[in-house]
Design a protein around this ligand. Structure first.
Ligand code: NAD
Ligand code: DAU
Length: 356
């Protein structure tokens, strides 16, 4: 049994689905604790309905009593911690929730995990892991010719989001050094793929293009991100959980640096091929808008450590991953429509009304 937090979000739901599908992990049940904020969507997990291996718990990681109860009841051998506020733009408009969930919530989980771990008998205690899922954004922004981020790169977070994630990384580190909690931290680059909430770059561009709406590119669009298909991130996390050295951090990335404007053109070209618009090429919709305040110019992950130590490499190239992603959005217009209308949240309210 493992406890996953944030398992109804983009990466968390992919992780839960892949965990329960992969031959190496599928026999181990998952308890999934998620507050179902705007970013959490139980529809992502609809294929697990009635599956006894998945227990969903609607709750908040800042609720210490709840976390204590879940640990006592289910006795997970690991916690995989995804739950977070994750959108940089939202953190600029309202940083408070980022401090509450990413800092206070991570602290609450660490304290609950520490108490639980301390009470475990020998072998269970040795095997227990707390895996913290973090981001490359904690390292700050790279100059154009600077080498990619290694695990030793200094922390230089620039947005309220990345500062809150950096704070949580530091707490995780300290709980290991001070209390001996067996932690692992992963710092991953930008993910893309199924169930990506359409306020982030790639799904936003697909969804807006199909609706004939402008494709808003911040500033000159020459900012660089390092894109990884979400299922490769999930396989990287499974590798770190299985074989990572306690107390270590592992960068996860796809060796795929691209400027935002090139990503947008690639999405447009794929849509031109797969669902041509009689009105003309989708790139006609590209609109440059004012830049994100404090916008980091470049991220790039040096993923050699996880490859060297754990033998992990991404399975998808960007060509294969972005094609799958565009196809997924073309085939899941109902999912997009529900997210856009907010209907998925009404469904959650209906589904949970009156349940214990
Ligand atoms: P997301 O916003 O799609 O999902 C976050 C999930 O956490 C949602 O289901 C939400 O309901 C839940 N949640 C939020 N606050 C909560 C709380 N207080 N208690 C319980 N649940 C809560 O995020 P994502 O893109 O899936 O990211 C998951 C994790 O991976 C985050 O920690 C993020 O920092 C990290 N990460 C994301 C990326 C990326 O490109 N998206 C890259 C690297 C790392
Ligand atoms: O690097 C990992 C991070 O990637 C994760 O930690 C975050 O949780 C995740 O949201 C993501 O952060 P970004 O800020 O890089 O992702 P976003 O999709 O918001 O933006 C990607 C790039 O595209 C960024 O340079 C800003 C730009 N952008 C974004 C939007 C939404 C645009 O130009 N236009 C847009 O409308």
């Amino acid at each position: 049994m493992i406890l996953v937090t944030g398992g109804a979000g983009f990466i968390g739901s992919n992780f839960v689905l892949d965990w329960l599908a992969d031959a190496a992990t599928r026999d181990e049940p998952v308890v999934n604790l998620d507050a179902l904020t705007y970013a959490g969507n139980l529809r992502n997990l609809a294929s697990l309905a009635g599956d006894a291996r998945h227990t969903f718990v609607h709750g908040d990681i800042t609720d210490r009593g709840l976390v204590d109860r879940l640990l006592a009841e289910h006795r997970p051998r690991a916690i995989v911690h995804f739950a977070a506020e994750s959108h940089v733009d939202r953190s600029i408009h309202g940083p408070g929730e980022f401090i509450r969930t990413n800092v206070q919530g991570s602290f609450t989980l660490l304290e609950a995990a520490r108490a639980h771990w301390a009470g475990l008998p020998g072998a269970e205690r040795d095997a227990f892991r707390f895996l913290h899922v973090s981001t490359d954004e904690v390292y700050g922004s790279l100059a154009p010719d600077a080498p990619a981020f290694t695990e030793d790169h200094p922390y230089e977070p620039n947005s309220p989001y990345s500062a809150s994630k950096a704070a949580s990384d530091h707490l995780v580190r300290a709980w290991h050094h001070t209390y001996g909690l067996p932690v692992l931290t992963t710092n991953c680059s930008n993910n893309y793929g199924p169930f990506h909430f359409p306020e982030k770059l790639i799904p936003l561009m697909i969804v807006n293009a199909l609706a004939g709406k402008p494709l808003p590119v911040y500033g000159d669009g020459r900012q660089i991100r390092d894109w990884l298909y979400v299922k490769d991130h999930c396989s990287g996390i499974r590798a770190v959980l299985a074989r990572g050295r306690v107390g270590q951090t592992y960068n996860i990335g796809g060796w795929n640096e691209q400027a935002n404007i090139d990503i947008v053109h690639r999405v447009c070209a794929l849509l031109d091929e797969l669902k041509p618009d009689p009105a003309g090429p989708y790139a006609r919709l590209i609109t440059h808008v004012s830049d994100r305040p404090g916008h980091d110019r470049r991220y790039a992950i040096d993923a050699r450590k996880i490859e060297r130590e754990l033998g992990w490499r991404p399975a998808e190239t960007f060509d294969t991953g972005i094609r799958k992603t565009v196809q997924w959005y073309l085939q899941h217009g109902d999912w997009v429509a529900e997210v856009q209308s907010g209907a998925y949240r009404e469904w959650v309210a209906r589904n949970y009304a009156g349940r214990a």
